[in-house]
Every structure is written in structure tokens, then in C-alpha cells.
Design a protein around this ligand. Structure first.
Ligand code: UD1
Length: 338
């Protein structure tokens, strides 16, 4: 019988791609989402993409224990994949308490209901942000942790909550996945990153410039100690990232033992390299202006990717041109009437 998985935040950017990967891997998946940063129309897209007749989903928040109880009453889950959280770094500096509430209390609520039902496997969305200001590159999982903003604080605290729980009770099995910079979209063009606000992150901003919605990219810093002076990051295709969740989940099911891994490619790309690649995808050179460094940014950040390979068999296979082409396909097709 198919294993049953609860996907919190399953209508969001990474959640929706992971839904597709889980269905393709043969799981039965139930989504919960409060649609605070996603649209209900994603559900029919997921149905169209996967052939699942009616996507099983509930509208509600991880901050509502009674809601979680209802969902767990209705299903017999083998595991949870937990995405539902707030993720905008800038916003987190303005409303830190909301970030702590949603990201940390939400996780606690989930763990409590899981424990009550004997569901002990959870895949957790962590982030390279837990490395704070990295001292060494590439960043190894055993590197010192820290945070530079409230969002980062909540991700670090999330990891620590899970570590405390697992130390006290070995029945827990947690897959802690530290994402580097997720970009791109499903090749169908039906799901992708919601482009509604003015984006803070690089790829969605470039996409808006390519679409003509914004005049040019501001490149934050041209005097970093990097090959071309601009910031270097480890961009990973969201479909690779989604498959990483499936591998983490099957490892948890196989071993009932937890793991903490980086999900990245291991390669750093500069802002100008990203811009040039997106220009190739959309067929024109994209305008940019050099700006001062953005406060809080580091020069370079990329993963030591070998632990995920050794432990989970994870390998990012989609390259830079695929990341940009799939994003552009989504922007010019599916995002328009989403
Ligand atoms: C940011 C967050 C990180 C979060 C991640 C999610 C900060 C300080 N960090 O990472 O905690 O986990 O997003 O994906 O916000 N850039 C420009 N112009 C732009 C936007 C970005 O030049 O308009 C540059 C940045 O300076 C950086 C690179 O592009 O060098 C990537 O930036 P971004 O996409 O915001 O990701 P991170 O800063 O790596």
C-alpha cells in the first residue's frame, strides 16, 4: 500500500514541486496550506500535472492545533514534510515575533500532534542561512552555525528543537535539509515561484526584468573578493531540490534514523553569470546597474554537497541553462493566469 505523507505548505513554491516528486515516487500525499503566500489555483495545476483526480488538501494553519487534530483524525500518516513557514529575510527584521511564532510554534504544534499519533518521521525545510557568516567554503554540514537575521534565527531554532526532541526520544527520525538557493520551475510551466510582489531574491527579480515589469537589475556589490566582484551563490533547480525531499523521506522510512544534509550543487555562480544565463534563456541581454553591497550579504556561499550524495544518493542534475529556461517558461506561460 502507498505510504501516506502530510505536506504542510504544499501549495507553495518548493512544496508544490515536492508534491509532484512525491506523487511520481508513488506516495499518497495530503496538503495543508493557509494560502497566505500561495494560491488555491495551484491545486488544480497539481492535479493536471500528476493525474491525481482531486488533490487531497485542507485550508488551515499550523498555528491551529484543533485544525491539525482534524487532519490527523482523517488520515493515517507515515510521515510529514514540513514547509509551512515564513521566509522573507527583510520582513523578518520588521516582524520578528510573527516569524518566531509561525516558524517555531508552528513546528512545535506539529510535533505535538505527531507524537500523540505516533507519527515520528519529519522532513524539515532548513536553510544555508543557519551557517550565518560562513568561515570556510564550501560549507560543510559540521561548520559552525549562527544567524544574521530573525528568519535565520527561526531556522536555527527549528533545527535545535528537532535535535532536543531526538536526543530525548530516539523514536523521532528527522531529515533536516539545508537548502542553498532554490530557483527555476517545473518544465511544464504550470507551477513556479509566485511573482506577485517586488522580489528580494535574485532569480525572481531577473525574471521581472526579463518580462519588462522592472527596468533593470540592481547588482548589489561589485567589489567582493570573487572572480567578477559580484556575489556568488549555490543555485539549485527546484525540481532537484524536490527530489532531495523524496530521497530524504525514503531514507527516514528505510532506517528510522535522522540526518542533516546540505542540498546544493556544490558550485558557486556569480550575479553576472546568472544574469547572462537568463539573457540566453529569454533571448536578449538584460540591463543592470551596479549598486552598493546589500547589508548582511556575504561574498560567497556554496555547499559541500558530498554528504547528501553519500547518504541519500542525492545529486543535482539540472544545470544553469535549465534553471533559467524553466523559470522563463513559467513566467511567460503558467504564471500569467495562475
Ligand atoms: C537570501 C537570504 C537567505 C535565504 C535565501 C532564500 C539574505 C541576506 N539572505 O539568500 O537567508 O535563505 O535568500 O533563497 O537575504 N542580488 C542582487 N540584486 C538583487 C537581488 C540579489 O545583486 O536584486 C544578489 C545578492 O547580493 C546575492 C545574490 O544576488 O549576491 C543572491 O541573492 P538572493 O537571491 O537574495 O539570495 P541570498 O542572499 O543568497
Amino acid at each position: 500500500m502507498a505510504r501516506s505523507v502530510l505536506l504542510t505548505g504544499g501549495a507553495g513554491y518548493i512544496g508544490s514541486h515536492t508534491y509532484v516528486a512525491l506523487i511520481e515516487a508513488g506516495y499518497h500525499v495530503v496538503i495543508i496550506d493557509d494560502f497566505s503566500n500561495s494560491k488555491a489555483s495551484v491545486l488544480s495545476r497539481l492535479s493536471q500535472l500528476t493525474g491525481v483526480n482531486r488533490v487531497s488538501s485542507y485550508e488551515g494553519s499550523v498555528l491551529d492545533p484543533a485544525f491539525l487534530d482534524q487532519v490527523f483524525d482523517a488520515h493515517d500518516f507515515d510521515a510529514v514534510v514540513h514547509f509551512a513557514a515564513k521566509k522573507a529575510v527583510g520582513e523578518s527584521t520588521e516582524i520578528p515575533l510573527e516569524y518566531i511564532e509561525v516558524n517555531c510554534s508552528g513546528l512545535l504544534n506539529l510535533l505535538k500532534v505527531m507524537k500523540g499519533r505516533g507519527v515520528r518521521r519529519l522532513v524539515f525545510s532548513s536553510s544555508a542561512t543557519v551557517y550565518g557568516e560562513p568561515e570556510e567554503l564550501p560549507i560543510h554540514e559540521d561548520a559552525p552555525r549562527g544567524y544574521t537575521n530573525p528568519y535565520g534565527f527561526t531556522k536555527l531554532m527549528g533545527e535545535q528543537i528537532l535535535e532536543q526532541a531526538a536526543a530525548a526520544d530516539p523514536a523521532w527520525a528527522f531529515g533536516i535539509l539545508r537548502y542553498f538557493n532554490p530557483v527555476g520551475a517545473h518544465p511544464s510551466g504550470l507551477i513556479g515561484e509566485d511573482p506577485s510582489d517586488i522580489p528580494n531574491n535574485l532569480m525572481p527579480y531577473i525574471a521581472k526584468v526579463a518580462a519588462g515589469d522592472l527596468p533593470h537589475l540592481g547588482v548589489f556589490g561589485s567589489d567582493y573578493d570573487t572572480p567578477d566582484g559580484t556575489g556568488v551563490r549555490d543555485y539549485i533547480h527546484v525540481c532537484d531540490l524536490a527530489e532531495g525531499h523524496v530521497q530524504s523521506l525514503s531514507k527516514l522510512i528505510e532506517t528510522d534514523d535522522g540526518h542533516t544534509v546540505n542540498l546544493g550543487t556544490g558550485n558557486g555562480l556569480s550575479v553576472l553569470e546568472m544574469l547572462a544565463a537568463y539573457g540566453r534563456a529569454c533571448g536578449r541581454d538584460l540591463p543592470y546597474e551596479m549598486k552598493p553591497r546589500r547589508p548582511g550579504d556575504v561574498a560567497a556561499c556554496y555547499a559541500e554537497a558530498s554528504r547528501a550524495r553519500a547518504l541519500l544518493g542525492f545529486e543535482a542534475t539540472r544545470g544553469l541553462d535549465d534553471m533559467c529556461a524553466s523559470s522563463w517558461h513559467w513566467i511567460t506561460t503558467g504564471s500569467k493566469d495562475a
